[in-house]
Design a protein around this ligand. Structure first.
Ligand code: URA
Length: 316
């Protein structure tokens, strides 16, 4: 790079200002963002409270953060280097109970990390290094359980609903351990829902980078043209970015609607519904019939079965 000589005090002060801008983020990382602060300058990444975001996307003006996520994002330790999880998540993923239950047990002082009591469910834990105990007992490695549920419409993919609506936990009982759903199906979506206490497998299946195909049967109205289906294949623009190419096959049509199959390799919130809405159409029925190579088959609606070891192996 060419060296630019300093000719005047003006140049010197510009250099000093430049250095300050480079150094400032390094020091200001220790000063937390104030709750409710909003970025006043996307370019500089500064907040209304004067702190500084080191996030390269914010600093480069490529993407603004939602105001309420600023603190949460900054509080998170360096991602991915070590398998860090919040204590609450560690307990629920170990099959001990739901996240809500885990929080209350932690608040009640029943959990220790490295022999020290903690009442903070959001404490970061490194399972390779930290020893977590519940009621004095180490979190045992539980037998892995994999349940395939045929979720009916009208059931929430959540543990408890404040409004008291039915949840998938009303259908999956007596499995001897707490299972978490692998991804979600909307209230009005039916079909294959995998539930497990194998956190590693769940993360692999839901990570879009794993490209695990999810197959849906869709009934959409009004009837869709070939161009519409081609748009779904190539990808449509959604509020959270364009969708990946998808496999789409027309199944049948009536005057008012089209049945088609779509295979997605990502699993965004309400993705199929939003893709169809992007074509100015609506989903009338949505059923997930396959996850990877595992099909819902002849399982009756509302019932569940265990995955076979061979099926589990296909998801690893
Ligand atoms: N896409 C949706 O729109 N909803 C679901 O439940 C699953 C995929």
């Amino acid at each position: 790079m060419a060296q630019v000589p300093l000719h005047s005090t003006g140049d010197a002060s510009r250099l000093a200002a430049l250095l300050l801008i480079q150094i400032l983020p390094v020091f200001s990382i220790v000063a937390p963002c104030q709750p409710g602060a909003s970025p006043v300058s996307v370019q500089r990444g500064t907040c209304t409270t004067g702190c500084y975001h080191r996030d390269p996307f914010v600093a480069a003006g490529l993407q603004t953060r939602r105001e309420d996520t600023v603190d949460r994002v900054r509080a998170r330790p360096t991602p991915q280097k070590r398998p860090l999880k919040t204590l609450e998540r560690v307990l629920s993923k170990a099959g001990v109970g739901s996240r809500t239950e885990a929080r209350s047990w932690i608040h009640a002082g029943r959990v220790t990390v490295n022999d020290e009591a903690t009442r903070n469910p959001d404490q970061w834990v490194d399972l390779q290094r930290d020893r977590v105990r519940f009621d004095g007992k180490p979190l045992e490695v539980r037998e892995r359980v994999y349940v395939l549920l045929y979720k009916p419409t009208g059931y929430l993919t959540t543990y408890k609903d404040p409004e008291g609506r039915p949840t998938v936990y009303d259908l999956v009982k007596d499995v001897g351990t707490f299972l978490s759903p692998v991804g979600r199906l909307d209230l009005d979506t039916s079909g294959l829902l995998l539930m497990t206490n194998d956190n590693g497998l769940a993360e692999r299946v839901t990570n879009p980078e794993s490209h695990v195909p999810k197959t849906y049967l869709v009934k959409a109205t009004p009837a869709l043209t070939d161009e519409h289906l081609q748009q779904l294949r190539e990808g449509v623009e959604l509020s959270d970015g364009p969708t990946r190419p998808a496999r789409v096959t027309r199944v049948r049509d009536s005057e008012t609607d089209t049945h088609f199959e779509i295979v997605l390799t990502e699993g965004r919130n309400r993705q199929v519904r939003r893709m169809v809405e992007a074509l100015d159409a609506n989903v009338l029925e949505l059923v997930r019939v396959k996850l990877g190579p595992i099909a819902i088959g002849t399982l009756p609606i509302g019932k569940w079965r265990l995955l076979t070891p061979r099926e589990v192996a296909t998801l690893r």
